[in-house]
Design a protein around this ligand. Structure first.
Ligand code: 5AD
Ligand code: SF4
Length: 483
């Protein structure tokens, strides 16, 4: 049974707690609901919550699941941290993500002193690190709940433990092979949604902490994915973003293995769905059949995010990326030969241990050869516990920063030229929102993910309209509606 069909007021909350999931969570949601009703009456106003998301789209999706559970319990969303339940869904991919969370915790403490009902929960990637949990346990004792990436579905159960006991609740799982389906989720947008197709990562790139905090790779069953997408479409969604750390290795862990290309073909068949996006693609696993499927698809967007990380084969080897500069460039050639118009974007790390000036020049070279539509650039950040953290020859900060600035300049110039190549064309735009600076303008996205602002009206939100791309302003367009 789908959770939406369950009457949470009629669950026997005095009986024994179920052992199987998701029934066990339904039981705790119902229990928390009872508690929330009483509390609401006691304080004479609705209980409020806010989820603050740090990091990637995977975390954004997890936060929607947290919001779904909180709404079902009876909390009402607010946009300030002066709330009764504040959850930080954390990231730890680079050190500055951790620093930001610690910085904000002090502020939360001051809010908690003013609101005795306030509960503070920390979850997500950062909480999977022992040192972080130790530090919070010792120095941030006002935190109510800590959980990780593998058990966010347990939010109601953990909240129930917190309200029926004293002290911080800590529940971190080292890994899991469990995928709990059929839980509520509160979408940020009516017309587009992220859909997890797999969890975890098995690649162990030597700089990256993700495999340690998100566990081993596991794919969702295609039937569950298709069912979710059909339900989303029935609920007004026309664009899905398929999420996974390495979508190109989708399906390898299934009882009946299925490739990502095959999954895409199944998703393409969902009637009413108009656009399919996905991220992230690891170049080492991108198959020729995926290129074929993309080329022939009417729904897959004209965009591929293909992180290169570095241009030098030496550095790539030390990063454990399993491809060379030449094989990456050959792959890009095959993609461009099949889809000459496709937008390519990438991630690049500058200052990986041992990166020489010559290595860096190869990164610049690859950027010039591929001509990315845009690129996310990162200064290498040392993550304790990863193989790269103990490598000799960490690059000096000033050198790394100088390379970073040089790369950014190069990328910005190329990116502006690449983005402008559609000037004058008429293109389809999925209208997303009223422009935040000028309420006469609507903001939407092209198939290649570039933003377009044009005069329109809010009733267009969630539909696909035709827009003439009048003027490119670097990384976005000013357009005009074509009726
Ligand atoms: N330092 C800098 N950037 C990193 N990334 C992952 N780990 C690190 C690190 N230790 C970047 C990679 C990845 C993106 C999501 O984050 O470029 O593709
Ligand atoms: Fe990290 Fe590499 Fe896995 Fe991406 S593929 S999450 S960079 S280990």
């Amino acid at each position: 049974m789908n959770y939406a069909e369950i009457d949470f007021n009629n669950i026997d909350i005095n009986g024994k707690e179920p052992i199987t999931e998701p029934q066990r969570q339904y039981y705790f949601m119902a229990k928390c609901r009872e508690w929330a009703k009483t509390k609401t009456l006691e304080i004479g106003r609705p209980l409020t919550y806010i989820t603050q998301t740090f990091g990637c789209q995977m975390n954004a999706k997890d936060s929607e699941k947290l919001s779904g559970i909180l709404e079902l319990i009876g909390f009402v969303e607010t946009d300030t941290e002066e709330a009764d339940f504040v959850v930080y869904n954390t990231c730890t991919v680079r050190e500055n993500a951790n620093t930001r969370v610690y910085g904000r915790l002090g502020f939360l403490n001051s809010l908690k002193k003013k609101n005795p009902n306030m509960m503070i929960a920390l979850c997500g990637c950062m909480m999977q690190e022992d040192a972080v949990v130790d530090k919070i346990r010792k120095s941030y004792r006002f935190v109510d709940m800590i959980f990780g990436t593998h058990n966010i579905f347990k939010l109601a159960e953990l909240m129930y433990s917190r309200i029926t006991s004293k002290g911080m609740i800590i529940d971190i799982w080292k890994d899991t092979d469990q995928i709990v389906e059929d839980l509520p989720s509160e979408r940020k947008y009516k017309f587009k949604a992220g859909v997890n197709i797999m969890y975890g990562c098995n690649n162990f790139c030597s700089y990256c902490i993700v495999p340690y905090v998100r566990g081993r790779e596991r794919s969702r069953n295609p039937e569950d994915i298709i069912k979710e997408i059909k339900e989303l479409v029935a609920d007004g969604v026309i664009e899905v973003m398929l999420l996974g750390q390495n979508v190109n290795s989708y399906g390898k862990t299934l009882d009946k293995p299925m490739s990502f290309a095959e999954l895409l073909q199944e998703i393409e068949k969902v009637e009413g769905l108009e656009r399919i996006r996905f991220m992230t693609s690891h170049p080492k696993d991108l198959s020729d059949s995926l290129i074929e499927v993309m080329k022939d698809s009417k729904k897959i967007c004209s965009h591929l995010h293909l992180p290169v990380q570095a241009g030098s084969t030496d550095v790539l080897k030390k990063m454990n990326r399993s491809y060379t500069k030449e094989s990456y460039l050959a792959l890009v050639e095959r993609i461009k030969a099949a889809m000459p118009d496709i937008s390519l974007t990438t991630d690049i790390i500058v200052g990986f241990p041992g990166e020489t000036d010559e290595d860096f020049l190869e990164t610049l070279e690859i950027v010039k050869k591929v001509r990315y539509d845009s690129a996310y650039t990162f200064l290498y950040s040392k993550r304790t516990g990863t193989p790269a953290a103990v490598l000799d020859c960490q690059v000096e900060d000033t050198v790394a920063k100088e390379r970073f600035d040089r790369l950014l300049k190069e990328i910005q110039a190329i990116s502006a030229e690449m983005t402008a190549r559609h000037e004058g064309e008429i293109s389809k735009v999925l209208v997303e929102e009223v422009n935040q600076q000028n309420d006469k303008l609507m903001t939407g996205r092209l198939s290649n993910n570039v933003l377009v602002h044009f005069e329109g009206s809010p009733d267009m939100i969630g539909s696909i309209v035709k827009v003439s791309l009048k003027e490119c302003k670097g990384f976005y367009y000013i357009g005009e509606l074509v009726s």
